[in-house]
Design a protein around this ligand. Structure first.
Ligand code: G3I
Length: 388
């Protein structure tokens, strides 16, 4: 017998799911308990989102790319994970496998095994791949400091890009050529981040990276990717303006750039992005640039209350945000940063929930079951107007 409390909780869950169009087929009180504690729901809660009901099928019907960051070791070794990624995504990006740290075990060595595995998986499942990334201040190999100097940095950067972008030339949808180059706190007059690349190559490192990438791969969409440019706060508005100035400057100088990546690491407790981001996307459209939502997730560390309430709030953010973004015709792809709560960078100590429960920030829960965020995302994809 269920207690009255369980009935009330179940009703709340059903209401939250129902408002998102989710079919609920639960019977047992363990499900209620599971939702309370954050433990995976038992199998009778499973909802079929395969085939025509998948995110991928809904996106393909609307000419949209939808996918996620993926990890090669899991694609190879974890059947549930691989099946989910294959079923739900029509575009992948390597969460870490194409970063310098993964590709460059030593100054004179490249290790392409992880990156190649992502491409092989994508190829066998008819998926596109984004490259992430060719130039970033993080995820540099340990040998970087001490080996890369002002004398050789330009050459090392261009050689890296020639080798990596050259290897995958013609096979990628896009490259994040430069990642996170703007940092308003750095005090640089152009808002450029105090990164090793700025210090060792100089402010033209961004132009150099894009020009080299275009020579190495004339097909991939060359993308500038950044975070903290989604919201309406003064800080994010100022950063967004800086990114726009950067891109406008590149266009004026004839630097090849095709797209801007809006990372979209959102927080459930922050006000939703709005007109500022929309205007930014439209300004980029006027410059004939695509926009990619590159790393979407919703940090819910500050949300309190039962899991059903947290899930509903996270879903609300997915629905509103993605609906707003895909209403803009130059937004061509939406990727989440991971696919299942089982694996998310937001479980790092810095972002841990104060109650110690795992984050519920992605479309599928830790047991690979669709969360309310999945249905919210799929509804948002459905709102995309067909081209033409
Ligand atoms: O692979 C090693 C493992 O061998 C070792 O035992 C373990 C010990 O900590 O570390 C593992 O490497 C970690 C790696 O993730 C794989 O899990 C690194 O320490 C850790 O720094 C790395 O973090 C990644 C981070 O970028 C830095 O590269 C996150 O997974 C990844 O989600 C995150 O992604 C970034 C995007 O590239 C750019 N935008 C922001 C986004 C989130 O920070």
């Amino acid at each position: 017998m269920r207690t009255r409390r369980e009935f009330v909780q179940l009703a709340a869950v059903v209401a939250a799911a129902g408002s998102l169009g989710r079919e609920v087929r639960w019977a047992s009180s363990e499900n209620v308990q599971a939702l309370q504690t954050g433990t995976p729901a038992p199998t009778d809660a499973h909802v079929d989102v395969s085939g025509a009901k998948s995110l991928r099928a809904h996106a393909e019907a609307r000419g949209l790319l939808v996918g996620c960051a993926a990890v090669p070791g899991r694609l190879d070794g974890e059947r549930d994970y691989a099946d989910l990624v294959a079923a739900q995504a029509n575009i992948l990006v390597a969460e870490n496998a194409m970063k310098w740290k993964a590709l460059r075990p030593a100054p004179d060595k490249f290790d392409f095994r992880g990156a190649d595995a992502i491409l092989a998986f994508a190829s066998s499942h008819g998926q596109k791949v984004r490259g992430h990334n060719l130039c970033w201040h993080e995820a540099l190999p340990d040998w970087f400091d001490g080996t890369v100097t002002k004398d050789n940095a330009r050459q090392i950067l261009t050689e890296h890009i020639r080798t990596v972008a050259g290897r995958y030339a013609g096979k990628l949808h896009s490259w994040d050529v430069v990642n996170e180059a703007i940092d308003m706190k750095s005090g640089h007059p152009d808002g450029l981040r105090k990164s090793p690349w700025l210090e060792l190559v100089g402010p033209d490192y961004i132009d150099v990276a894009f020009r080299t990438a275009r020579e190495a791969d004339p097909v991939a969409l060359l993308t500038y990717n950044d975070y903290g440019i989604e919201e309406e706060s003064a800080e994010q508005t100022a950063k967004r303006e800086r990114v726009l100035l950067l891109v406008q400057g590149m266009k004026k100088r004839g630097v090849p750039i095709d797209a801007v990546g809006v990372q979209s690491h959102l927080s459930a407790s922050d006000p939703l992005p709005g007109a500022g981001l929309r205007d930014f996307v439209r300004e980029l459209e006027r410059m004939k640039l695509q926009v990619v939502v590159t790393e979407l997730d919703v940090n819910e560390r500050t949300l309190e209350g039962p899991v059903s309430d947290r899930d509903a709030e996270v879903a609300r953010v997915y629905k509103n945000y993605v609906t707003m973004m895909v209403a803009e015709p130059n937004v061509s792809a939406v990727l989440t940063w991971g696919i299942t709560d089982r694996y998310t960078w937001l479980d790092a100590p810095k972002y841990e929930r104060p109650d110690g429960q795992p984050q519920r920030c992605l479309p599928f829960d830790a047991d690979y079951q669709p969360a309310p965020a999945f249905f919210a995302l799929r509804d948002a994809v459905d709102s995309r107007r067909p081209k033409g």
